[in-house]
Design a protein around this ligand. Structure first.
Ligand code: PEP
Ligand code: MN
Length: 337
């Protein structure tokens, strides 16, 4: 449930209620909005049955939150969350572009890509060092060596870096090298991993599972938030449907649905959603129009020789053209680049 305070409620009254909630063994999360303060309550609310909170000074109303996810729920936190990754802000009226190779393949490949995407206006470098591949015989990533290249690329370009983590060992190595941890689609419901990335306190990019509902996705975010880590960015990357013309089906409606249900920023990954380079531009435009807070686009110095996801990766020229093409759409949506 949430406790909505009257406009201008005093800090004293807010803290008194918070203490009362905590004294009853529940958690209280205060969200200071522009107009009103909301206290979100997590735990067994029957314990508060006899407290008659509605009669407290400066309490406006008590609203039940029926959804199973609470901390990621917009009712708990009506203002949009802005997640800081290095010096880049994601959410609110910012529009952020992530780009880089599917997999880190070599130092040269990554550094060249980092410089090229920076020049084209990208804000964050992506690169996979631990690759969860469908086949065990496909390239699995450079692992810790790849992380070192990510760190080097960050030092050379100043771009914050994000890398997917697939295990506790990967998390332990990644926290020393990257600014943001990515949970890939295949691990969206690996609850142990979600708790562990939550504990790091680093910003987390949480991709939607291949067959996950929006409710399941927000509950996955809840696992991270419940560890005391508020820095979660959602990424719609297409879901599995009967359609085979594209690798996945980009669920563009997930963007407005998330915007209605959650305060967390959401970006769109048209590369994995389509699997086809030629569709990246139109899908990027639709993501912007739907209200996305950013994009994740795969790029490679030579897509035809990429060790993974070459067919969906853009060349540097194509990426530069894309960022140029998208500018008017981003401005039209009232977002800052
Ligand atoms: C990726 O971004 O490298 C990736 C593997 O994507 P997804 O988890 O969305 O398949
Ligand atoms: Mn990929």
């Amino acid at each position: 449930m949430i406790i909505v305070m009257k406009p201008g409620a005093k800090q004293d009254s807010i803290l008194k209620i918070k203490e009362l909630i905590e004294a009853n063994g529940l958690d209280a999360h205060i969200s200071d909005g522009k107009e009103v303060t909301i206290i979100g309550v997590v735990g067994d609310k029957t314990k508060l049955q006899n407290q008659n909170l509605e009669s407290f000074d400066e309490v406006d109303k008590i609203v039940a939150v029926t959804e199973s996810y609470k901390l990621s729920n917009k009712k708990f936190h009506p203002e949009p969350t802005v997640v800081k990754v290095g010096n880049v802000e994601i959410g609110g009226d910012n529009f952020v572009t992530f780009s880089g190779p599917c997999a880190v393949e070599s130092e040269e490949q990554l550094i060249t890509t980092a410089h090229a995407i920076k020049k084209a206006g990208a804000h964050i470098l992506r690169g996979g060092a631990f690759k969860p591949r469908t086949s065990p015989y496909s390239f699995q990533g450079l692992e810790e060596e790849g992380l070192k290249f990510m760190k080097k690329a960050k030092e050379e370009t100043g771009l914050p870096v994000v890398c997917e983590v697939t295990s506790l060992t990967a998390i332990e190595a990644a926290v020393k090298c990257v600014d943001m941890l990515q949970i890939g689609a295949r691990n969206m419901q690996n609850f142990y991993l979600l708790k562990e990335v939550g504990k790091t306190g680093l910003p987390v990019l949480l991709k939607r599972g291949l067959s996950a509902t929006i409710d399941e996705w927000l509950n996955a975010a809840e696992y991270i938030l419940a560890e005391g880590n508020p820095n979660v960015v959602l990424c719609e990357r297409g879901i599995r449907t009967f359609e085979t013309a594209t690798r996945n089906t980009l669920d563009i409606s997930a963007v407005p649905v998330i915007k209605e249900k959650s305060h967390l920023p959401i970006i769109v990954d048209p590369s994995h959603a389509s699997g086809v380079r030629a569709y990246v531009n139109p899908l990027s435009r639709s993501a912007i129009a739907a209200g996305a807070d950013g994009l994740m686009i795969e790029t490679h110095p030579d897509p035809s020789s990429a060790l993974s996801d070459g067919p969906q990766s853009l060349t540097f020229e194509q990426f530069e053209q894309l960022t140029e093409d998208l500018k008017p759409f981003i401005h039209l949506m009232g977002k800052k680049i």
